[in-house]
Design a protein. Structure first.
Length: 347
């Protein structure tokens, strides 16, 4: 029988660890495989870094999803979520069969891990996790969630990683984005955190520790729903006669739907995209130099609702609230004073 090549075990393991591993932990975990291989023990890593979402999915196994319970840690409460832990198993001599029996060879792998600075889950007093190796530098998951990272020194190459430290929040201070959102009575599910992250400009949110730390800082600074900053379009030197090209030149959406909205704002009724309508819209926008204008109206009364109707704008409370926000009127609730102020600004 051909014995599995060391390179195959290393390549499989490196792939399974993912890209979020602490470099010292990664190097040390691969060294475990190399040293065990020299003793005729064939080891492969099954996992390394997990996002919070991945961790929550694993936690659901045996609870709300089929399968056996394999972890007691939710997202943010496992050292895997910070790239500080790996799981291993043994393989047959040909590398084709996974072996999960905790025997002398398995324990020898754990001993090699300890020699390199790992702690072994098989030594835990409760919920023993025999495949688990971790290297935390003495930090708790609470400290890790708060942004601290252990200073780790590799026993393989003496390289150093981590060493960033932040004070551990007190019992009265939120230490994670989940805890913070819960304290504000805001949905802290992954799906809602992803929406909040997108609103704050965090792209491709997957629930990593770094993203959650960044999101927590942004939410504390700007609120759960960041204020939208209204900006005027860039000045344009466009001299042509195409409304689409003009809008593109000032970096404004040029779709039909947006042009229809703009046409309504400029008093062009029943916009259907005709040449004459497009020319009228172009002339109006170039004259005002903005994407919004105060449509002309013959209405002289004091009712905001009646004024909006006179210029064919939705006068519902929801739309008035949006308009109030656009014109800098905060906490709009439809009072007479607010309506008068908005009417004055829009005229």
């Amino acid at each position: 029988m051909t014995v599995v090549a060391l390179e195959i075990l290393l390549n499989r393991s490196e792939k399974n660890m993912g890209s979020g591993m602490d470099p010292v932990v990664k190097e040390s975990a691969l060294e475990v495989i190399k040293r065990a291989y020299k003793e005729g023990i064939y080891v492969q890593l099954s996992s390394g870094f997990r996002s919070f979402a991945d961790q929550n999915a694993l936690y659901a196994q045996g609870r709300t999803k089929p399968g056996n319970i394999v972890t007691n840690a939710k997202g943010g409460y496992s050292n895997h979520n910070f790239g500080l832990a790996v799981d291993y198993f043994l393989v047959s001599d040909d590398g084709k069969t996974a072996l999960w029996t905790v025997n002398n060879k398995w324990r020898r792998v754990a001993a090699i891990g300890k020699e390199l600075g790992f702690s072994w889950g098989g030594d835990w007093s409760s919920f023993r996790d025999y495949p688990h190796l971790e290297m935390t530098g003495g930090l708790s998951t609470a400290q890790l969630r708060a942004g601290s990272r252990p200073r780790l020194v590799s026993k393989v190459s003496n390289t150093v990683s981590g060493g960033t430290s932040k004070p551990v929040p007190s019992a009265t201070t939120s230490e994670s984005i989940v805890d913070y959102l819960n304290s504000k009575k805001v949905d802290s599910s992954f799906a809602n955190r992803k929406k909040i992250a997108t609103a704050h400009g965090i792209k491709s949110y997957t629930g990593t520790a770094a993203q959650n730390t960044q999101l927590l800082e942004l939410v504390k600074k700007n609120g759960v729903e960041p204020k939208k900053v209204e900006s005027k379009p860039a000045a344009s030197s466009y001299k042509g006669d195409s409304i689409v090209d003009y809008l593109n030149s000032i970096k404004v959406e040029s779709s039909f739907n947006n042009r229809k909205k703009l046409a309504s704002q400029y008093g062009i009724k029943n916009y259907s995209g005709t040449a004459s309508q497009n020319k009228a819209l172009l002339n109006a926008m170039q004259k005002s130099g903005t994407t919004t204008s105060k449509p002309k109206s013959n209405y002289t009364g004091s009712s905001l609702v009646d004024y909006l109707k006179s210029i064919n704008v939705d006068s519902s409370f929801a739309n008035r609230k949006k308009l109030a926000s656009q014109y800098g009127i905060k906490n709009y609730s439809g009072t007479a004073a607010q309506n008068s102020q908005l009417l004055s600004k829009m005229r």
